[in-house]
Design a protein around this ligand. Structure first.
Ligand code: NAD
Ligand code: MG
Length: 298
């Protein structure tokens, strides 16, 4: 490793400006077909034993932020259960291979987060396979832009809420049967929760809901020794963005509006999840850790 996440660099110049050629993928996009490739920390994340022996379930673990988090967790010593859509098998297999190289056990459970039965089974199977559960990362998410509310279909509104909000509820509720004191729940919210775009009304609403869910539940579970927190990314280069997460014309300048002047890479998110999952953050509860290139947050 020539560089790892501890190497001091100029963060403004850490990544070359991504030259995003016009590209489109059907939902869900694949990391395998993303051009240029996203940095998931494959070559750079160095573990220091911060999650040794922990048992983590991560949704949307095949690509993007979830995959970078899975790689970091595995290199910190955690065993991982991965959730993703069956269409994403190629991405999931690659990530599972990288995790296994770290010497941890990995289980893959493809399915649809919009299905409450899948969500409940995902938790039961993960806890059984891992021999318990002490980290839950609700990260899988749906984002489809829409320019005019009169054309926002009931189906899309429903699917976005099912994927982002209901699945988090179903999975977290089921996980409470397994989580013991010291466990950590982390929800991936978004800058959209408090700075909603005009074209992401449904998506932004789910992220605001997730933020409130996080802060409310955090208070409920704190006395039980279970911490609930959120990570709120800004514009990050992932397949979600090229599968109708943004209009093509917006992708050309993706991330340039941030104070740091560039889009973030999934690898830059992973340390935030590691911090919130590890025992280091014992007094951090109901927090939203913003990783957004400097955009002001409430
Ligand atoms: P991504 O496409 O790599 O990950 C999203 C994952 O969600 C997919 O890989 C897929 O496995 C999962 N998913 C979606 N619908 C599903 C369904 N019905 N059933 C099962 N799994 C499903 O993109 P990402 O950007 O890494 O997204 C991860 C999280 O980060 C999402 O919650 C997203 O809202 C959030 N986020 C992303 C950005 C960004 O700029 N990329 C910004 C803020 C928040
Ligand atoms: Mg994916």
């Amino acid at each position: 490793m020539s560089r790892d996440q501890y190497t001091f660099v100029n963060p403004a110049e850490l990544y070359a400006d991504i030259d995003i050629e016009k590209q489109h993928q059907p939902e869900p996009g694949l990391d395998a077909e993303l051009d240029p490739k996203a940095d998931l920390g494959e070559e750079t994340y160095r573990g220091t034993g911060r999650l040794t022996g922990r048992k983590a379930l991560i949704t949307g673990a095949d690509s993007g932020i979830g995959a970078a988090t899975a790689i970091a967790f595995a290199r910190e010593g955690a065993h991982v259960a991965m959730s993703y859509l069956p269409e994403e098998e190629v991405d999931a297999e690659r990530i599972a291979g990288i995790l296994r190289e770290a010497g941890v056990t990995v289980f893959t459970f493809p399915g649809d987060l919009k299905d409450p039965e899948y969500c409940r089974e995902l938790v039961a199977k993960s806890a059984e396979a891992l021999g318990g559960l002490d980290i839950l990362v609700n990260n899988g998410g749906k984002q489809i832009f829409n320019e005019d509310l009169t054309t926002l279909s009931d189906e899309q509104f429903d699917d976005t809420f099912k994927t982002n909000v209901y699945a988090m509820f179903w999975i977290t509720k089921a996980a409470l049967a397994h989580l013991t004191p010291g466990s950590s729940i982390i929800n991936t919210t978004s800058i959209q929760a408090y700075s909603p775009s005009d074209i992401l009304v449904d998506y932004a609403s789910t992220k605001a809901t997730m933020n409130a869910f996080t802060k409310g539940l955090a208070q409920q579970l704190a006395p039980k020794g279970i911490r609930v927190n959120a990570v709120a990314p800004g514009p990050i280069w992932t397949p979600l963005q090229v599968s109708d997460g943004q209009p093509k014309k917006k992708l050309e300048t993706f991330g340039e509006q941030t104070p740091i002047g560039r889009a973030g890479q999934p690898a830059e998110l992973a340390p935030a999840f590691v911090f919130l999952a590890s025992a280091e953050s014992s007094y951090v509860i109901g927090e939203t850790l913003n990783v957004n290139g400097g955009m002001p947050t409430p």
